[in-house]
Structures are given as C-alpha cells and as structure tokens.
Design a protein around this ligand. Structure first.
Ligand SMILES: Cc1cc2nc3c(=O)[nH]c(=O)nc-3n(C[C@H](O)[C@H](O)[C@H](O)COP(=O)(O)O)c2cc1C
Length: 339
C-alpha cells in the first residue's frame, strides 16, 4: 500500500478484502433505514460505490419470513450483497444470519450503532455498546451461524464517558469479525455536533481487520481529512448521498485521481425519474409513491425551482404526472451545485 504515502486519499481507490470478499474500492454507502432500499443501493452501485449495505433488518423478523424484512434484505445486484442484522438475542441473531445467507447475502453486518430509542430500548443497536459481554454473545452467535464473513458497525461508545469502541472492536475481531465501521459519534450525541474522526484512530490501532470511518462526509474534499485523522482503510457515506446516489462512486474516482462530474441537467432529471419509477416498482404504487417522495425532495433540493411546483410534485400520486412535472421543475430551475 505504498500509494498511501504519496496521497492518503489514493488508498480509497484500491480494492479491499473483507474476509473472502474483495470489493473494488473503499467508498461505501451506509445502511440507512427508509433510505438505502434496493432501488437506492442499485443506483449507488451503478455509480461505482465499492459496497452498499441494506437497511437494518431485525434478525428475528427475517428468520420468521416477515415480508418487510424480506424486502429490505433483497439484493440490489451488481456487487456484493450485505444484509445488516439487528437484534438482542443470540438465538435470533443466529437464525437471522442463516436467513440472510438464504436470501443471498455475501456479507452479514451487525448493527451496534443505531441510536433510536425504539431499537436501544429493546437493548439492541448502540445500547449493546453498554454491555460488551452481551454484545459479544450476539457477535459469536452470528459468526458461528454461517460461513459468511461478518462485519460490525458501531459508534464510539454510549456516551463521552464510555468511549469503548476500541475494546469492542478488539473483542469482535477475536470473535471472527472481518471489518469494523465506526460512526464517529457516541450514542448520546445522536446526530449532534461533528463526527470525531480522530477518535476513530484508536479503533484502527486496536485491530488488524479493515476499519471504515463514517460520519459527516458530504463532499470529496472531506476525504483527505477523514483518512488522515482516522487512519481508516475506507470511508462510508450516509446522508451525504441523499439525492446523490453517485457520491460514493464519484468519490472513488476522485480518489483514483480521475475527474468525474455529478449528473446535471437532463441526466439529473432522468436519474430522479428512474429512481422514482424503480421505487414505485419495488414497493407497489401506494407505498412506492410515498417512499419515493423524500428522494424526489432531495433531488429537487439541488435546483432552485418554484416552491409551488415542488409542492405539487410531492403531493401528486400519479407516476406519469410526476415524471412530466419533474422535467418542468428542473427545466425552469437553475441548479444549485454542491462541490
Ligand atoms: C435516516 C437514517 C437511517 C439510518 N439507518 C441505519 C441503519 O439501518 N443501520 C445502521 O447501522 N445505521 C443507520 N444509520 C446511520 C448511518 O449508517 C450513519 O452511520 C450515520 O448517518 C452517520 O453517517 P453520515 O454522517 O454519513 O450520514 C442511519 C442514519 C440515517 C440518517
């Protein structure tokens, strides 16, 4: 990895082995419930993301054949399939892992980062960071359930007084985890303040499996700093990809020293339209129209179109009408370009 000495960002353009699975670059799309569904992951992969992760699925629900869990665990094709599992009982993590394998997973990711009370109240997600012994029982059960590589996503700790990500990472590695992603915030921070990229370095130094840094990366200019501060082997992008499924792939090309531009003009309209149609096809009309609205809003944020037109698009329920209105919206709107 001598490229690292020349330009710290170059490392992100290199392949990465996650156990037996090798991904083409180190710019990943984060798991985001309600956002990183199959259509969104498919677009991110097509634009060149090195890896995409499913929305969190509860192991017990997946194992019991719950339809919503099954849909969340669908492969987007075009790259390794990562299914993220959450849970609080070893038995259901194991059952969930076997169900994920049956659903075609190439990698199983365990969620120990979700701060939502609904999840932590159930003693899963980031709440598991409060009890590392218990967290380990879930990790061991997952690793033991299938031959698939298991990865772990965590925060820095529960709160500022208990930053135990390095300890959890070390023990997870001993239990067989093949990659660790760290969101540089504690659970109690939720999404406030800035992600602490420096603090991720202690995890990198604690383990020899790849460490992926996550939190607040929204533009290619962030890459050099997050890599330099964290020393991480890769970068995961979440909210920065809202309405910009191209961002991880574009960042990978930037890391490779290539120039690459985000879609603009007709290409952006076509992308918004394609994303909308794919979402409606995925969920069916009633659910799909609602699920697609946030994505349409994020696409429209990138153009200063008339508010009345935006409102009309976000309340329209006929896909064909939405398609035509999007063309009109972007046609009259000067684009707001992010770097
Ligand atoms: C709407 C939303 C849903 C999320 N859902 C999940 C999830 O299902 N699993 C998970 O591990 N993290 C989840 N996260 C956390 C993200 O994966 C990521 O760690 C966090 O947003 C920080 O990265 P960012 O600043 O690049 O967005 C979610 C975040 C958001 C904003």
């Amino acid at each position: 990895m001598n490229a690292q000495t020349a330009d710290p960002v170059r490392i992100l353009a290199e392949p990465l082995a996650i156990g037996p699975v090798t991904v083409p670059n180190r710019l990943f799309l984060a798991p985001m419930s309600g956002v990183s569904d199959r259509p969104f992951r498919a677009l991110a992969l097509r634009f060149g993301a090195g890896l995409v992760v499913s929305e969190m699925t509860v192991g017990e629900k997946l194992a019991k054949g719950d339809e919503v869990a099954r849909m969340k665990a669908e492969s987007a094709g075009g790259g390794p399939h990562v299914i993220q599992l959450a849970g609080r009982e070893a038995r259901w993590m194991a059952e969930g892992a076997r169900a994920a394998a049956d659903a075609g997973a190439d990698i199983i990711d365990i969620n120990m980062g979700c701060p939502a009370k609904k999840v932590t109240g159930g003693y899963s997600g980031s709440a598991l960071m409060r009890d590392v012994d218990r967290a380990l029982t879930l990790i061991e059960a997952t690793v033991g359930a299938t031959p698939l590589p298991v990865t772990l996503k965590m925060r820095l700790g529960w709160d500022g007084a208990t930053v135990n990500a390095p300890e959890l990472a070390r023990r997870a590695e001993q239990a067989g985890v093949r990659m660790i992603t760290v969101h540089g915030r504690t659970r109690c921070q939720f999404y406030s303040g800035a992600a602490d990229w420096d603090a991720i370095r202690a995890v990198k130094e604690a383990v020899s499996v790849p460490v992926i840094a996550n939190g607040d990366v929204t533009k290619v200019d962030d890459l050099a700093r997050i890599v330099a501060k964290s020393g991480a082997d890769g970068v995961m992008i979440g909210r920065g990809a809202y309405g910009r499924p191209w961002l991880p792939g574009l960042a990978a090309r930037f890391a490779a020293g290539e120039t690459s531009r985000p879609p603009t003009g007709d290409a952006l309209v076509d992308l918004a339209r394609e994303h909308h149609e794919a979402t409606v096809a995925h969920y069916g009309l009633a659910v799909g129209i609602r699920a697609a609205r946030k994505h349409l809003a994020w696409y429209m944020d990138q153009a200063a179109g008339p508010m009345a037109m935006r409102h009309a698009i976000l309340t329209e329920t006929r896909p064909a009408a939405i398609s035509g209105m999007l063309t009109a919206y972007f046609g009259v709107a000067p684009e707001r370009r992010a770097a």
